[in-house]
Design a protein. Structure first.
Length: 436
């Protein structure tokens, strides 16, 4: 949904309320239905509460591996047929994994709702996990790792930040995990991981779009009702000690020619109010060419080729990351000094009413756009249920952003963004350019 400049300048938007219905099956599967007859399509999606943080430290990468593996086939869907069935019936599908959850979905013409529900129930009820599938997906994941991390410029930035920011919590490794761990894993380990996590009482099923609720409930009971409830999952709680001294680190990347300076701060769970305030702070600092860091360091002083800031929000902790690529004769140290001066301003001075209004308009726009498609609505509903434990945040989270004050922005910047609470990573070109 495109928003005109007139709307944005006019203050708060009247976002449409998202109505939904939710209930549980006897096996613990949570079901959310969101009816929207405006387009003749329907999405069926399942989010499992399993991500990289649920892995054995000696077997990292399992959750992401399963994102691929559970497309291999089931008792009633032959190997290699999944995508063919979806395409032949006018649909699309995909999946993605984070540190906290795994998400699968299909979008079909609305007359194929039963097919979508059957396919997701097949994935949950009796996937085929055999050596052929494991070996095939092992090669797929290795290629993905090479493309996204090993051979990508600055591809090791996030992995290096995570390693240094977390010493106890499983957030210290990436979702892609270790190829050595995947190579070493036996078939029985993959089967055990599936049995533990991909169960109805660790999942939420979403149906959104143009459908009959009564018919959907009938099919949901038919296909998901008979699936056996799994053993309740006992989750460990991992606590990190506060960072009280600057962590200094260096990483050499043979894929780059221009160094990067990175400053990263550990922040609270994305469920907290402070995490939303930090979202505002990253927008102030680096969202677009009018942002403070870009205007000062890139535009005016021409000290950097690129500058940025973002919150890496997660269920248990977050990481707030600032980065810059110096432009000669400026150095990484010069850029860090300029970044710090802008943070000090946020810690000292209140932002103006005009800046606050601009922030709120941006988040109104973002909120409306995130709920402008059934795919977005389904993803949001699943996430708010699974990770935030409050489905109605799809309607009320925007009110949290609307209520943030300049005083809070200053206080949160003071609380989390201090030099003694961060990692400073000097990310530099490799002294030995020879690729391994």
């Amino acid at each position: 949904m495109a928003l005109s400049a007139t709307l944005l300048l006019g203050g708060a938007l009247s976002a449409q309320k998202v109505d939904f219905e939710e209930y549980n099956l006897d096996n613990g599967l949570h079901v959310i239905l969101q009816n929207d007859p405006s387009a003749p399509v329907v999405i069926t999606s399942v989010m499992y509460h399993v991500g990289a943080k649920d892995e054995n430290p000696e077997r990292t990468g399992f959750a992401h591996f399963f994102e691929h593996l559970l497309f291999e086939g089931t008792k009633n869907i032959e190997r290699g047929e999944w995508f063919k069935i979806v395409t032949a019936n006018g649909g699309t599908n995909n999946a993605n994994t984070t540190e906290d959850r795994t998400y699968y979905y299909e979008v079909f013409p609305s007359n194929n709702l039963e097919l979508g529900l059957w396919m997701e129930s097949e994935r949950m009820r009796h996937p085929i996990i055999n050596q052929i599938g494991v070996d095939t997906q092992n090669e797929v994941v290795k290629e993905e790792k090479r493309l996204r991390y090993d051979n990508s410029p600055y591809g090791q930035m996030i992995p290096e930040v995570k390693k240094k920011m977390f010493t106890n919590h499983p957030y210290r490794w990436t979702t892609i995990g270790s190829m050595d761990h995947l190579d070493a894993a036996k078939l029985e380990e993959f089967q055990a991981f599936n049995k533990k996590f991909y169960i109805p009482n660790n999942a939420v099923l979403l149906v959104a779009g143009d459908f009959s609720a009564d018919q959907a409930k009938e099919w949901i009971q038919k296909y998901f009702g008979p699936i056996e409830k799994g053993t309740s999952i006992k989750r460990e709680t991992f606590v990190e000690k506060p960072i009280t001294e600057t962590i200094k680190a260096k990483f050499e990347d043979s894929n780059i020619q221009i160094p990067m300076i990175v400053a990263a701060y550990r922040t609270p769970s994305m469920k907290t109010r402070d995490a939303r305030v930090l979202d505002f702070i990253s927008t102030i600092l680096s969202d677009g060419k009018s942002s403070r860091l870009y205007k000062k360091i890139v535009d005016d002083k021409k000290m950097a080729l690129q500058i940025g800031a973002f919150s890496y929000s997660q269920e248990d902790y977050g990481t707030y990351i600032l980065y810059g690529l110096p432009q000669a004769p400026s150095t990484s140290e010069n850029i860090l000094t300029e970044i710090d001066s802008e943070i000090v301003k946020l810690q000292t001075d209140l932002i103006s009413d005009r800046e606050l209004q601009k922030l709120q308009n941006k988040y109104e726009n973002k909120y409306v756009n995130s709920n402008a498609s059934i795919e977005g609505i389904a993803d949001n509903l699943a996430t708010y249920y699974m990770l935030y434990e409050d489905v109605n945040l799809i309607n009320t989270e925007i009110d949290l952003y609307r209520s943030i004050t300049p005083e809070e922005i200053r206080a949160v910047a003071k609380k989390y963004l201090n030099p003694n609470q961060r990692l400073v990573l000097d990310y530099v070109p490799s002294s030995d350019k020879a690729k391994k």
